[in-house]
Design a protein around this ligand. Structure first.
Ligand SMILES: *Cc1c(COP(=O)(O)O)cnc(C)c1O
Length: 396
């Protein structure tokens, strides 16, 4: 006989406790912002992906409310039955224009966008080559396909070339190279120009997941390919949940990929489309990104990122290889990183601690993300807290 269900759950949870990774959820008590009330403490929030503050932007809130009044709160069906509303098509045309691609298709989240496109493109007889630090949604998306898979060392173009060379005579129908644009743990940027070169040489298809680049990198925040001025990139996945401020993911590419996904992408076929409020919010957000105000917010984001990164470095912290508003503060052992995060929190700064297995055993860290809405005072105060706690813990 199997064990009773709660006993089974206890044993599973005890495993987590024994590994020291069991934790409960922190609660954000109010809207997301540069300063937030978290678990009863007023803190400077350095752990949000709300890069531009759009999650609470008045124009976006107004767009959502207006859409609810005009169109209701739910779409009532999956896209392929009768859940494709005019507003969904409007957002997709806007995204295709924004990304300079023929077409775009919106999914319920960035996570499902990856699963949707990988599941549509890859079949038995195909190969996918993936960066070793790609996001969980790419890894899971690949697992759901019957394609062969290879992994190359993180951003290591010699290793990618080695893999391509090894498989060049294996007669794959399609070879897809997939990478995050901005990596969420180190804040480094994938070398897309070299990937594109290798892909062209070996006849591979290229895909980038721009979750942390959407609204952050490139012209008006249009992504990593734009950042590098690349025009021959095949598949762009973006998220509408981070800098864009609402919820969703999209795939921007040629029209034929959209057509294939309409028939093959399981999250598209079998899960209900976004409510009008979400879609209207995203339309308002993309329009805002393209306006002078959007550009000001992006400029402010990068100015804040530079200032905060320089401050951490001059205090003597190890900020790794970050090139973006994601800045890790690497302290070594995982337990130390978690303690650092706890001490920062008590002193008024929320920065998530990250330990093995999310990062290497000796690369435990707290991860900071500044936003455009942090003031100079917020950032100076946060740096003071890092200095005080860092000295007390003998990290600097
Ligand atoms: C956050 C993230 C996702 C998931 O996006 P959601 O819209 O939150 O589902 C996908 N890929 C990467 C690289 C991410 O950082």
């Amino acid at each position: 006989m199997p064990v009773p269900f709660e006993q089974y759950l206890d044993s599973r949870l005890d495993e987590l406790r024994a590994q020291g990774v069991f934790r409960s959820l922190r609660e954000l008590q109010g809207p997301p912002g540069p300063r937030s009330k978290i678990d009863g403490h007023e803190v400077i929030n350095l752990s949000s992906n709300n890069y531009l503050g759009l999650a609470t932007h008045p124009a976006l809130k107004a767009a959502a409310i207006d859409a609810i009044e005009r169109l209701g709160v739910g779409s009532g069906a999956v896209r392929t039955i009768i859940g494709t509303m005019t507003i969904h098509e409007e957002l997709e045309r806007l995204l295709a224009d924004f990304k300079h691609t023929e077409a775009a298709l919106v999914l319920q989240s960035g996570f499902t966008a990856n699963a949707a496109v990988l599941g549509s493109v890859l079949e038995d007889g195909d190969l996918v080559i993936s960066d070793s630090l790609n996001h969980a949604s790419i890894i899971d998306g690949i697992r759901l396909t019957k394609a062969d898979r290879r992994v190359y060392a993180h951003c290591d173009m010699d290793d990618l070339e080695r893999v391509l060379e090894e498989v060049k005579d294996a007669n794959y129908r399609t070879i897809l190279i997939v990478t995050d644009g901005v990596f969420s743990m180190d804040g480094d940027i994938a070398p897309l120009p070299r990937i594109a070169e290798l892909a062209q040489h070996y006849g591979a298809v290229t895909m980038v997941d721009d979750a942390h680049a959407s609204g952050v990198l490139g012209a008006h925040g249009s992504g990593t390919a734009s950042h590098f001025g690349l025009k021959n990139w095949d598949i762009h996945v973006g998220t509408l949940s981070k800098a864009v401020g609402a919820l969703g993911g999209y795939v921007a590419s040629v029209s034929k990929l959209r057509q294939l996904m309409e028939h093959r992408a399981r999250p598209f076929l079998f899960s209900t489309s976004h409510p009008p409020a979400v879609t209207a919010t995203c339309i308002a957000a993309i329009n805002l990104l393209r306006s002078a105000e959007g550009q000001r917010l992006i400029d402010q984001l990068w100015e804040n990122a530079r200032m905060f990164k320089a401050g951490l470095t001059s205090l003597g912290f190890d900020t790794g290889i970050s090139e973006t508003p994601i800045t890790p503060v690497i302290v070594g052992e995982g337990a130390k990183a978690m303690q650092f995060s706890d001490e920062l929190f008590k002193a008024g700064v929320f920065a998530q601690g990250i330990a093995f297995p999310t990062v290497a055993r000796d690369k435990g860290r707290v991860r900071t993300i500044v936003t455009a809405t942090h003031s100079q005072t917020d950032l100076e105060e946060a740096l003071n807290v890092f200095e005080t706690v860092g000295r007390r813990m003998q990290l600097i």
